[in-house]
Design a protein. Structure first.
Length: 317
C-alpha cells in the first residue's frame, strides 16, 4: 500500500507487526501478545493522526492511489450495471463512466469520474479529467434518466476538466455549462457524492444535485491547491497554504452549506478498509434517495435550483 508522508510512523509499526507475524507463521516463536500490543498502538496512532489532519494532508488522502474510485464504487453498490457510451456528437470519453443499474433494487443512472489505478488504466481514463465529449455524454445520460423517470447518482473524483488545446477547440467550457444546466433542469431525484477529489468546473458539472454528499476525507474546491499557489504565490511550494485558504475539506464545506452531509470513512481512510467505506457510502446514498421519495419532479427541480442560488447569500446580507 502506498504510504503518505504523515503515515510513516504508522507504517513503521505495521512493518514490525508483519515481521512478527511472519515469525509466528514460521513457528519460531509465539509472539501473539506482542503483536496485539503493537496493533493497539497502531490503532491509537491512526486515530490521533487522522483526527487532526490538515487540509493539505486531507488533500493527499483524497488523492491516495489506493482509494476506491468510481468503478470500484459501482462494482460494490450497483447491480446489473450496463455502461452507456458516447455523446452522439464526437465520440466516447472514458474519463466519465456512465450507465444504468440497480441500487438496492431501485433503477438508477450512474455517472462518475474514473481516474484509474495503474499506469495503463490512468492513461485510458485520462486521470479522470474529461474532455467535452465526456460532459456531453453526461448531459445525454441525465436527459435519458429524466425521460424515463430514473433517479441520478453521480460520483465525483477529478482534479478538473482536461485543459488541453483539443478540448478547448471542441468547446470545453460550453460542454461543462450545458452539463450543469442539465443537472439543474432534470426532474428526478439527484444525489451526488464527492468520493475523492472534486476539482473546479469539471466536478460541479456532475454535482449540481439535490443532495451533495462528501466522504470524510474528500476535498472540493474551485481550483487545486497547487494551481491556487501558482497564481497567488507564483510557486507550487505554497500548496499547503493554499489548501488552508481554500476551505476545501468536507467539514469546512458542510459548515458553509456547500455540501449537505459528510460520510464517515473507516479509521485511516477509505483506502484502508474499502468494504466498510462502501457500506457507509451505500447507507448514505440510500438515505438521501429515501428523503426525496414521493416528491414531485417540479418541486425537486425548484428545490435544487434554490439550493444553489442560496449559496453565498448569507455572507452578502
Amino acid at each position: 500500500m502506498h504510504i503518505l508522508e504523515f503515515e510513516k510512523p504508522i507504517a513503521e509499526l505495521e512493518g514490525k507487526i508483519e515481521e512478527l507475524r511472519h515469525l509466528t507463521d514460521a513457528g519460531d516463536v509465539n509472539i501473539a501478545d506482542e503483536v496485539g500490543r503493537l496493533q493497539v498502538k497502531v490503532d491509537k496512532l491512526l486515530r490521533s493522526t487522522y483526527a487532526k489532519l490538515t487540509p493539505w494532508q486531507k488533500t493527499q488522502v483524497a488523492r491516495h492511489p489506493d482509494r476506491p474510485h468510481a468503478l470500484d464504487t459501482i462494482k460494490a453498490l450497483i447491480e446489473d450495471f450496463t455502461p452507456l457510451a458516447g455523446d452522439r456528437c464526437f465520440g466516447e470519453d472514458q474519463a466519465i463512466i456512465g450507465g444504468l443499474g440497480r441500487f438496492r433494487g431501485q433503477s438508477v443512472m450512474v455517472l462518475g469520474h474514473e481516474k484509474g489505478h495503474d499506469t495503463e488504466s490512468r492513461l485510458r481514463h485520462n486521470f479522470g479529467m474529461a474532455k467535452p465529449e465526456g460532459y456531453r455524454k453526461a448531459k445525454r445520460l441525465m436527459e435519458m434518466a429524466d425521460h424515463f423517470q430514473v433517479p441520478v447518482l453521480t460520483l465525483v473524483d477529478t482534479a478538473g476538466a482536461y485543459p488541453g488545446i483539443d478540448a478547448e477547440a471542441r468547446g470545453q467550457a460550453e460542454a461543462i455549462a450545458r452539463s450543469i444546466e442539465t443537472c439543474l433542469d432534470i426532474r428526478v431525484p439527484f444525489v451526488s457524492v464527492v468520493i475523492g477529489e472534486g476539482g473546479s468546473g469539471g466536478a460541479i458539472a456532475l454535482a449540481a444535485a439535490n443532495s451533495v454528499l462528501m466522504l470524510e476525507h474528500a476535498i472540493y474546491s474551485v481550483i487545486s491547491p497547487e494551481g491556487c499557489a501558482s497564481i497567488l504565490w507564483r510557486s507550487g511550494e505554497n500548496a499547503k497554504d493554499a489548501a488552508e485558504a481554500l476551505r476545501l475539506t468536507a467539514q469546512d464545506l458542510h459548515k458553509l452549506g456547500v455540501c449537505d452531509g459528510v460520510i464517515p470513512e473507516p479509521l485511516g481512510g477509505a483506502h484502508r478498509n474499502p468494504d466498510l467505506a462502501m457500506q457507509n457510502l451505500g447507507t448514505a446514498i440510500d438515505t438521501a434517495f429515501a428523503d426525496m421519495a414521493g416528491i414531485d419532479g417540479g418541486v425537486l427541480r425548484a428545490k435544487r435550483r434554490d439550493k444553489f442560488l442560496e449559496m453565498g447569500r448569507a455572507g452578502l446580507a
